[in-house]
Design a protein around this ligand. Structure first.
Ligand code: GCW
Length: 840
């Protein structure tokens, strides 16, 4: 059967009218944000179904499905919906066939699939949700709830709805540490752990598992791939059992990261050589101990020989040796090993023009193809470097044909603005999924490889590094569209990012068509905009790659061993990865793709500098030079970021006011930070190349008045590091109780927006006041939580006072009051013609 049958994109119709989009004005706005797309608010889309609901089986998962449908009917807004008489009956295919022999349940339902069918009329309506197994029943129930958000009506009595997941492995990975912090998590502390223990209160784990189940996720690895050793000790295993028990009714199996050196670190052995008989026996015993407590453990994830984690290389053994040692221990219990291909040398020699981190995964794993045990899956990051704003697809997907493989994506936005920037990643993922690697000179899109189809692999799938926390899961409401999209793609990679965005918006924010259209447009614009202001033509995210991974820091990726190089100098930019003169990375792709990338004429230009080194005045197909593209794309990107805020503003009064205000403030911040990015990159490459911007923008800021040029009281001038993160490389910092900077306005009289660019540091809440002619007109606190404790692009922040009347001779004064470690540092003020009415 065709997997999705594409009927998922239809609304469910049951005897005529069965979908309803409730738009009543008596809103029950205050839905708990933790419910995300399952809030069942009266603003969001609803499906109607018969109100008497029961399951034929007694399993906890079927009961969960029944409870979820009942919860939907009893939640806010349900009272305003007409009730549908009759029965909704849930069960596995076998259970339904037995109880309702006349219902045409398909005989060939694979595990986790579902089938929905309606019959009867009046008070005898019967809606059947059949599952290929119990999990399928639960997925069917969630599909029913999602269905009205998904598209056109369909009559279930004529056209049953049938669907099965494309991929067997659909996991999220959490990088939660034993102490309760979350590596690269931006939504607060761990929902699983605190101070070296599993948390007493696992109610958020239960809610999280519910969200995961609703999008078909069937596994959750709860501990970080780094520092995993303690989790195999008996105390931890008891705690992990409680987590597994909490997630099990939602069909979500627990997985855990393990440290390959555990036999030595916690087992007391002298070695962790994976081929040592004592080591093998240790793993077998440990795995037996785990399964005695967690009989359905999904498996282990392993990060080895990577970024300081121990690995088989210490004993001259290969990743296959290590993976197989674990796999053999897990096999009798049905567990799998997800062995990460993120293995590379982080001490590369920058001066070696042949050195290339991008090559590592293929160089190491391709020769091992066919040597892995059947229950090993090699987990490959989607690109060859590391979750950058834009990378090509990893060639390893085509390089493993006799080995199971899965794709690792990042839902948490490590290099994509850390949830402070709106970046809907689904369009990027779609690009990866659809990319045709042309293995064996035939059509082999990545999605078909990780569905296991291309190379007929029995196990494969998608893993999303999610890193949720206690503060609103991902820490930003709109970022949840990424978690949603990840699950939907793992179920069906043929879906489109647009369709997923619409589904998510209708369930999460509102079913009002204007809201849906606006939010979807914003989501779809957000990733291209982010690429435009952070990393051009395949240079990746030009951020501090050894630190926060957040703000601009162009030199941070150069001249070190980490290999995220873009190799810029006064003459040009880009990594030569060609076969003839470069690192040869391109040769890792199947021949047709390699040929495309190797030639400047056919290499897609958005990845040009990933594959080629070119001079600054190299002409793109449009006729524009690379350096001019740098200027243009960053001005465009910052403009696009500002437009996101303008679009959101049109939704005032149409959506939950708290959500409106929360996102409004985020988008305002993002627009300001996009300017920080723009200016850093533009001024850096202007200096580097010495080639001016044909449009005269780079290096010229007509309305800008620098803090270092102001009349300063108390403030002293400082050099900002890296220099490109401040306007002209300098700022002022206050070491007194309070300091001020004054400028005299000499421009035309009129109404203006005044932006104050300051550095909002951790370790204190500085306060600022902006005044004109001795009158304070506005004050604000620098109370955001941004990375780093010294002024630079991570924390450079913009406050804008709109619609201020100015005339020549007016004195503008910013006063800064430091607090703790925050010295109220200032970069500049900028005066621009007013864009809106005066601020209230
Ligand atoms: O992107 C890098 C991150 C690390 C992470 C590593 C990995 C868990 O900066 O924080 O470590 O990737 O994927 O192993």
């Amino acid at each position: 059967m065709d997997r999705c049958t594409c009927r998922l994109s239809k609304k469910i119709a049951f005897s005529g009218i069965v979908t309803l989009i409730a738009l009543s004005s008596a809103h029950a706005f205050a839905q708990d944000e933790s419910q995300a797309w399952l809030s069942y608010s009266d603003r969001t889309a609803h499906t109607m179904f018969p109100r008497d609901i029961r399951a034929l089986g007694t399993s906890p998962i079927e009961q969960t499905a029944v409870e979820e449908l009942k919860r939907n009917l009893s939640d806010a807004g349900a009272a305003s919906r007409p009730a549908v008489a009759g029965e909704t009956v849930l069960g596995t295919g076998a259970e339904i066939r037995k109880a309702y022999p006349h219902v045409p349940v398909p005989a060939d339902m694979p595990p986790e699939s579902y089938w929905m069918h309606a019959s009867g009329s009046g008070d005898h309506k019967l809606l059947i949700i059949a599952g290929g197994d119990e999990r399928g029943v639960l997925y069917g129930a969630f599909a029913l709830l999602r269905s009205s958000a998904a598209g056109e009506p369909v009559d279930l009595s004529k056209t049953p709805l049938r669907s099965e997941p494309a991929m067997k492995i659909r996991w999220v990975d959490e990088w939660d540490n034993a102490n309760g912090t979350v590596e690269r998590g931006y939504g607060g502390r761990s929902i699983f752990f605190d101070n070296g223990h599993v948390r007493e209160d696992l109610s958020q784990v239960n809610e999280y598992a519910r969200l995961l189940a609703s999008i078909g996720i069937n596994g959750c690895n709860v501990n970080n791939v780094n520092g995993a050793a303690p989790f195999l000790t008996p105390g931890w295993l008891q705690g992990l059992k409680r987590i597994a028990d909490t997630m099990r009714p939602w069909g979500v199996r627990l997985a855990m990261s393990v440290d390959i050196a555990s036999p030595q670190k916690i087992g007391g052995l002298k070695t962790f050589d994976p081929l040592d008989p004592d080591v093998k026996a240790w793993w077998a015993n440990k795995v037996n101990e785990i399964y005695a407590q967690i009989p359905d453990l999904a498996g282990f994830t392993v990060k080895a020989d990577s970024e300081g984690q121990p690995g088989p290389a210490s004993y001259g053994r290969s990743p296959a040796d290590a993976a197989n040692a674990l796999a053999n221990a897990l096999a009798p219990h049905g567990g799998v090993v997800l062995y990460r291909a993120f293995v590379y040398n982080n001490h590369l020699d920058y001066n070696d023009l042949k050195a290339d981190r991008a090559r590592a995964a293929y160089d190491i794993f391709h020769p091992l193809d066919g040597k892995f045990a059947p229950n090993v899956i090699v987990q490959i990051k989607e690109g060859p470097i590391d979750f950058q704003a834009l990378e090509p697809v990893s060639p390893l997907f085509a390089g493993l044909r006799e080995t199971n493989s899965a794709m690792e994506l990042q839902i948490t936005q490590e290099y994509l603005g850390q949830q402070r920037h709106l970046v809907y990643i689904a369009p990027m993922w779609k690009r990866v999924l659809d990319f045709d690697l042309r293995a064996e000179n035939r059509s082999t899109p990545v999605k078909q490889i990780i569905e296991g189809k291309t190379f007929e692999r029995p196990l494969s799938g998608m893993i999303g590094v999610s890193d949720v926390g206690r503060d609103g899961w991902l820490g930003a409401p709109l970022a949840m569209a990424n978690l949603y999209a990840f699950g939907r793609f793992a179920w069906n990679p043929d879906l489109t990012p647009e369709a997923i965005a619409a589904e998510w918006t209708k369930q999460t924010i509102s079913a009002d068509p204007q809201v849906v259209a606006t939010v979807d447009k914003m989501l779809m614009q957000s990733w291209p905009a982010y690429v435009d202001y952070t990393g051009f033509l395949g240079t990746q995210t030009l951020t501090d790659i050894t630190g926060s991974h957040y703000g601009p820091n162009i030199e941070a990726s150069e001249r070190n061993g980490w290999g995220q190089w873009h190799r810029d100098d006064a003459q040009g930019i880009g990594m030569d990865r060609t076969v003839a003169t470069g690192t040869g990375f391109i040769g890792q792709y199947p021949p047709e793709v390699a040929k495309m990338y190797d030639s400047l004429a056919t290499c897609p230009e958005d990845l040009l500098l990933f594959f080629h080194h070119v001079p600054w005045n190299y002409k793109l197909h449009s006729g524009k030079t690379v350096i001019q593209y740098v200027y243009d794309s960053h001005y465009k990107g910052a403009q696009e970021a500002a437009e996101l805020g303008a679009e959101w503003a049109t939704l005032k009064d149409k959506i939950d006011p708290a959500l409106f205000e929360d996102e409004r403030a985020r988008l305002e911040y993002q627009a300001g930070h996009a300017i920080v990015w723009r200016d850093a990159i533009v001024q850096y490459f202007l200096k580097e190349s010495g080639i001016p911007d044909a449009q005269g923008r780079a290096g010229h800021f007509p309305g800008r008045m620098e803090a270092e040029d102001a009349r300063l009281t108390g403030y002293s001038v400082i050099d900002v590091n890296p220099w490109e993160d401040a306007s002209r490389g300098k700022a002022v910092s206050c070491a007194e109780k309070s300091c001020s900077a004054e400028w005299t306005y000499n421009g035309q009289p009129g109404r203006y927006d005044i932006a104050v660019q300051y550095f909002d540091l951790q370790g204190g809440t500085a306060h600022f006041t902006l005044g004109i002619n001795g009158n304070g007109i506005v004050s604000w606190a620098a109370d955001a939580t941004l990375p780093s404790r010294r002024p630079h692009g991570d924390n450079s922040t913009r406050y804008t006072m709109r619609g201020v009347e100015l005339k020549p001779g007016d004195v503008l004064r910013v006063e800064g009051v430091p607090d703790g470690g925050d010295p109220a540092a200032l970069d500049y003020i900028e005066i621009e013609p007013a864009t809106t009415a005066p601020q209230s």
